[in-house]
Write a protein that binds this ligand. Structure first.
Ligand code: URA
Ligand code: SF4
Length: 195
C-alpha cells in the first residue's frame, strides 16, 4: 500500500467516535514520504482541523522553528499525530480512539515511510509509541530502540508555550536529535505492534 492510498482511506474514515464529534476534516500527515525523521503529536487542534495539516497553529510554529534549528525544513521530515481527527474542545483522545486509530494509520505510516527516528511529542505520543505511561519528564531526551528505528520522546511544543522554563531543555533535545540522526539506524526487522 502507498502513502497516498492510505491517506485516501483515512480521509473517509468513520472507524472511531471522533468521526462523529465535530471534526471538519481528517488530518492525515504532511511531509516527505522518504523522511528519516518523523514527528508524532497528540491530535489535531483547532487550526489543524481547519487547514487539514498537522502542527500549523502556535504549537506548530514552535515545532517548525525547532526543526529549522537543526538544519531541516518541514518538507524534509514527516509530521503526524496519534489520532487524525480533532477531539471536541481539544480534550485528550480516549484510549478506545487511540487503539482504533493507531493500527489503522500511524503504524502503517511508519511501515511505509520507514523513518530512522520517531520523535514522540509529549505524553500521548510517547505512550502510543513506547507503550509506557511513565511521564515525559523522565523519558525525554533519551532514545529507545524499537525494531528498526529509534523512538525519541521530548516535550510537546504546547507544553513549552505554557511554560517557557522548559524551552532550554527542549532546544537541547533537538541538538541531541541532530546527533542521533548522524548515527547508524538500528538493524532489527520491524515488529513493533502495540495494539
Ligand atoms: N497539537 C498536536 O498534538 N498536534 C497538532 O497537530 C497540533 C497541536
Ligand atoms: Fe478514523 Fe482515526 Fe479519525 Fe478515528 S481518529 S475517525 S480512527 S481517522
Amino acid at each position: 500500500m502507498t502513502l497516498a492510498e492510505l491517506k485516501a482511506e483515512a480521509l473517509e474514515c468513520q472507524a472511531c467516535p471522533l468521526s462523529k464529534l465535530g471534526r471538519r476534516q481528517v488530518v492525515f500527515g504532511v511531509g516527505s514520504e522518504k523522511a528519516d525523521l518523523m514527528f508524532v503529536g497528540e491530535a489535531p487542534g483547532y487550526w489543524e482541523d481547519v487547514q487539514g495539516e498537522p502542527f500549523v497553529g502556535p504549537a506548530g510554529k514552535l515545532l517548525t522553528k525547532m526543526i529549522n534549528s537543526i538544519g531541516l525544513d518541514r518538507s524534509d521530515v514527516y509530521i503526524t499525530n496519534v489520532v487524525k481527527c480533532r477531539p471536541p474542545e481539544n480534550r485528550d483522545p480516549e484510549p478506545e480512539e487511540v487503539s482504533i486509530c493507531v493500527p489503522r494509520y500511524l503504524n502503517k505510516q511508519i511501515e511505509i515511510i520507514k523513518p530512522r527516528v520517531i520523535v514522540a511529542l509529549g505524553n500521548h505520543a510517547t505512550k502510543a509509541l513506547l507503550g509506557k505511561s511513565t511521564g515525559i519528564t523522565l523519558l525525554r531526551g533519551k532514545k529507545f530502540h524499537a525494531s528498526n528505528y529509534y523512538i525519541f520522546p521530548t516535550y510537546h511544543p504546547a507544553a513549552i508555550l505554557r511554560n517557557a522554563n522548559l524551552l532550554s531543555v527542549f532546544a537541547e533535545d533537538f541538538q541531541t536529535l541532530k546527533e542521533i540522526l548522524k548515527e547508524e539506524p538500528p538493524k532489527e526487522p520491524a515488529q513493533l505492534s502495540l495494539f
